[in-house]
Every structure is written in C-alpha cells, then in structure tokens.
Design a protein around this ligand. Structure first.
Ligand SMILES: Nc1ncnc2c1ncn2[C@@H]1O[C@H](COP(=O)(O)OP(=O)(O)OP(=O)(O)O)[C@@H](O)[C@H]1O
Ligand SMILES: [Mg+2]
Length: 473
C-alpha cells in the first residue's frame, strides 16, 4: 500500500503540482520517486517527484534576518519554520485500462502517497507483457514497453562508459527477441557483442557487391582523382571490369591484375573520347591502383552473401558482425552490402521482423557525413522509412546527441524511442530542452551513474520520461 507523504500546495495544475512533505518524509522521498495523488477533485493521478526544495523561513537570504545572524555566530537557527517541497510531474490519471491524460485540476490539499517496494505501479502504465530493465531504485518494478513502436526505431545516447552497449546487450536485444525480432548486430569494436553471442561473422567473410566495392575504392583513392562524388569514367570502367571478370575466389594479386587490365582495356576501347582525355583517364586509373593494392583486394574476397546473412539471422535469432579487423570504409562497405539487400526485400514488400543494432552510430551517420558516410547515412534514413512498414527496427547507439559529437540530425529524427544516459557536457544545450519540458535538470543528466537511462518516446507508455536501470548478470 502506498504511504501518505504530504499534501498538494497552492498553484497546482492538471499536469504538475507541488507537494509539501509531512515531517520526516523528506528522508523517504527522493528525486524520481513515484507517487499517487488522490485528487480531491476526482481521480487518482500517477506522478513523479522531480526537483526537491528545502525551505527555512528563518534563514531566508537577500536580507539580514535573525536566522542569518544566528548562523554567522555559529549557532543553529530554529528549524520550526522549515519545510520541504517536491515538484510533481504528472504521468496521467489512473483508470481501468491503465493511464490517460489527466484533465482535472489537481486540488490543493489533495493527499500524496509514496509507492513502496511491494506496490507495483508499473501495471498502471500498460498491460504490455514486454519489459525493459527496472524503474530507478526498484529492481522489482519492471518497466513496460509498447511493442508496436519497436519499428519506429530506437536511439541510445550517453558518453563513453555510460552503459550503452550493456543496456543493449542485457536489455534491448533480449527485448527485441521476445517481441519476435531477429537481430543483426554491427559490432564496430568487436568486443561488445562478438564475444558474448554464439554466431559471429568476420568482415572479410562477407561478400560485398561490386557497386559497393567501387564506392570503397573510390573512397580510398579520392574518387579516382575526380571531384568528390562526381560520376566519372574511371570509376565506371572499374565497376564494369569488376562485373566482367571473375575476380573473386582467386589470389589477391591475380584478382587485382585482372581487374586493372580489364578496366584499362575498357577505357582504351571507349569510343568518342579524345586521345588526351583517354591518356588522362588511364593515368588516373593506374595511379589509383597504386593505392588499391593486393591487400585491398584481399578485404573483399569473402563469399558469404547478404541473403545468407539474412537467412542465418532468421535461423539463429542473433547474428553478430565482428567489425574489429578492418578500416572504417571497409566496415561501411559491409554495412551497405547487407542493408542494400534488406532494403530490396522491403521494396518488394517483404515483412522482415529484423532489428539491426548499430553501435558507434556516428561512424555511419555523423553530423556532417563525408565520403562513404553519405551513403550509409542515406541508407539508414531509407531503412528507417521502410522499416516502419515492413518490420525492420533500427537501434543506434551514440556517445553524443547533437552537433559535432552527435548523430546526424535527420537520422536522429527517425529514432522515436530514446534512452539517454549520462551526457557529454557538449550536449548540455540539448539536455536543457528536455529539462525544460520535464523538470529533469541538466545537472542530473551530466552526472547519471553508469547503467542509468531516461527512457522516453513512443515505446514508453508514460508520456513523460522515466529513469530506468538494469542489473548485469
Ligand atoms: N546496469 C549496470 N550496472 C552496473 N554497471 C554497469 C551497468 N551498465 C554498465 N555498467 C558498467 O559500465 C561500463 C561501461 O559500459 P558500456 O561498455 O556499456 O559503455 P558504453 O556506453 O557502451 O561506452 P562506449 O561509448 O565507450 O562504448 C561496463 O563495463 C560496466 O562495468
Ligand atoms: Mg559501447
């Protein structure tokens, strides 16, 4: 049973109130405590305590009071005129089916009660049988989530060491599985997931399509010597050559020679090109191939096709792509190869019921994408749009939210559920927007302990963010 802790003060509205605490209750009620307001105007209202205040009339500052004089002379002023307040942010009115928006003004003098460990207030939020972690400080209060918004995509934010990968490993992936999604994890570092799950593929085992291989070559050779992103005859010749010769399944030296010679022939055979231009093209091809070495070819000799990866994820439930051995562009190339296939399936109206976990999100979709990042950023946005209709959920982890350290803004707009852990000081401005709407102070967000996240957005049945945590096993 909830225990009474105080009453509502003057100035309450239908969405917020202030409680003055009974004597001694200031030691029980904490920031983020959940309470029940028994509204004298009708209804029971679920609310969360945010922003406490201790007041002592004898110790007011701004003028010289007797209390201040006492304090100056090292004596303790009377605590008779001392009281404690907490701001209450309303979650909603409790009814038979859960909660709904509270529309009745909360009457001053309404009683406020604190839920105890034995109560289970989470049941009011939703009847969902899917949960994530537990409410802050209450391991037995599992927080319900709304399954129907999983494919409206998920963002996990927090500075390094805030517990993003742990949250994903211990809570989000199991949640996705329970909701019927199979999961492909892009493990950028190769240490967060690859060692914890059974089915793991390495980068160089995966077959990357020719078009993406050309994108990769182009990214390491500065677009074969042309202006960035410009369509160019050398890239086209290399792509045609990759398509025409049987370069996979050979030794890298042979593969490279075959592709180079064929591309050279294509340039030499093209009609209607001035001799001078042709020479320039061949020279650009040759100098590009000084950078496209055997080792570069070796990266793309893998044979596992994207459709096999999809089938394996469907079969095994969780498949991890270990990206630790590879340079950034190669990782992006593999990501593109896999997602291109998934995109095609969705364009053919196939429902996937797959989730893709993208750790280190800004590597794929930074604030200002360059080179191949532009392709991966565009791809993620397209996957997000299609995924809402065809059961693909995108889960992106990022150390920063906005600006230079953050995730691309257009991508971020697609992440309708967010878990926000301890933030970077550079994200304070972003945090202030939250703070203003929900009474969460930026200081709180800057100092959250590891493994603590504010849960907000579509999957959260509560219209206001809830502080959650989880146990590591
Ligand atoms: N719920 C939790 N309870 C206790 N400790 C936790 C919890 N979650 C995470 N930690 C601790 O925090 C550490 C960092 O977690 P994690 O590796 O998930 O951080 P991260 O946010 O992914 O960091 P990075 O951005 O560097 O990848 C873990 O090694 C673990 O010790
Ligand atoms: Mg991590």
């Amino acid at each position: 049973m909830p225990t009474p802790i105080g009453i509502v003060c003057s100035g309450a509205s239908e969405s917020s109130a202030t409680v003055v605490l009974y004597d001694g209750m200031e030691k029980e009620v904490k920031n983020e405590s959940l309470v029940l307001i028994r509204n004298r105007n009708g209804g029971n209202v679920l609310a969360v305590c945010r922003g406490g205040l201790g007041i002592n009339e004898s110790l007011r500052t701004g003028a010289f009071t007797p209390g201040v004089a006492y304090a100056k002379s090292r004596r303790v002023p009377s605590s008779v005129k001392e009281y404690f307040l907490f701001k209450l942010q309303v979650i909603g009115e409790i009814n038979d089916n859960g909660i709904s928006q509270n529309k009745i003004i909360i009457a001053p003098t309404s009683t406020v009660e604190l839920f105890t460990d034995e109560d289970s207030p989470m049941q009011y939020l939703s009847k969902s049988d899917l949960y994530i972690g537990h409410y802050w400080g209450k391991p037995s209060w599992r927080v319900p989530v709304l399954k129907e918004y999983i494919n409206y995509h998920i963002g996990v934010f927090g500075i390094t060491g805030s517990g993003k990968s742990y949250l994903t490993r211990y809570e989000i992936i199991p949640l996705l599985r329970r909701a019927g999604y199979d999961v492909i994890v892009m493990d950028w570092k190769g240490s967060d997931y690859a060692t914890y799950f059974e089915y793991v593929l390495a980068l160089n085992e995966i077959k990357v399509d020719n078009q993406t291989v050309v994108k990769y070559f182009s990214s390491i050779t500065r677009n074969f010597g042309y202006i960035d992103r410009e369509e160019n005859p050398v890239a086209a010749a290399v792509e045609t050559s990759l398509r025409q010769v049987d370069w996979r399944g050979r030794n890298p030296e042979q593969s490279r020679q075959l592709v180079l010679q064929r591309a050279k022939a294509i340039l030499n055979e093209s009609s209607g090109v001035k001799e001078e231009t042709r020479k320039l093209q061949v020279s650009r091809l040759e100098s590009s191939f000084e950078i496209i070495t055997e080792e570069e070819f070796e990266k793309f000799l893998g044979t596992i096709e994207p459709w096999e990866i999809f089938a394996k994820a469907k079969d095994k439930g969780i498949l991890v792509i270990d990206m630790s051995r590879g340079i950034k562009e190669q990782k992006l190339a593999v990501f593109l190869a896999i997602t291109k296939y998934l995109k095609r399936l969705m364009e053919n109206k196939q429902v996937l019921n797959i989730a893709i976990v993208i750790d280190e999100g800004p590597q794929y979709a930074p604030w200002q994408p360059r080179g191949m990042e532009r392709d991966t950023t565009d791809m993620i946005m397209e996957l997000c749009a299609l995924g809402r209709s065809y059961g693909l959920s995108i889960v992106i982890l990022s150390q920063g939210m906005a600006g230079e350290i953050g995730l691309n803004a257009a991508v971020r707009r697609n992440l309708n559920t967010q878990f926000i852990g301890r933030i970077h000081p550079l994200d304070v401005e972003e945090a202030q927007k939250l703070a203003a709407s929900y009474y969460i102070s930026p200081e709180t967000m800057l100092t959250l302990p590891e493994g603590h996240f504010y849960f907000l957005g579509r999957m959260n049945p509560s219209p206001i963010p809830l502080l959650i945590s989880f146990q590591i096993r």
